[in-house]
Design a protein. Structure first.
Length: 92
């Protein structure tokens, strides 16, 4: 998996090998230490979205940045036949 834009966005091709279960993770560095605001995980499935996927990622990040919540955005390329994954990787 390739991390993009300050480690909050990740893009993975649909052909990525299955990973073993991850161990329990500690809170993200930008999560609210008082526990009042949840840490949000957003999954963006992408299939042949080359033309606007970068703008969609920017829109989601702007909304989440304004929300004050800690978050991660995972964009999952679902076997696109266009350059969707390459556009996400170029955005890094």
């Amino acid at each position: 998996m390739k991390s993009l834009t300050d480690d909050r966005i990740a893009a993975a091709p649909a052909t990525a090998p299955a990973a073993s279960p991850a161990p329990a993770a500690s809170p993200a560095p930008d999560a609210d230490p008082a526990g009042q605001n949840p840490y949000v995980s957003i999954v963006l499935p992408c299939h042949n979205e080359e033309g606007h996927v970068v703008a969609e990622v920017a829109r989601i990040c702007a909304a989440m940045d304004a929300s004050g919540y800690g978050y991660e955005l995972v964009a999952y390329d679902d076997a696109s036949t266009d350059g969707t994954l390459a556009r996400l990787q170029d955005a890094a």
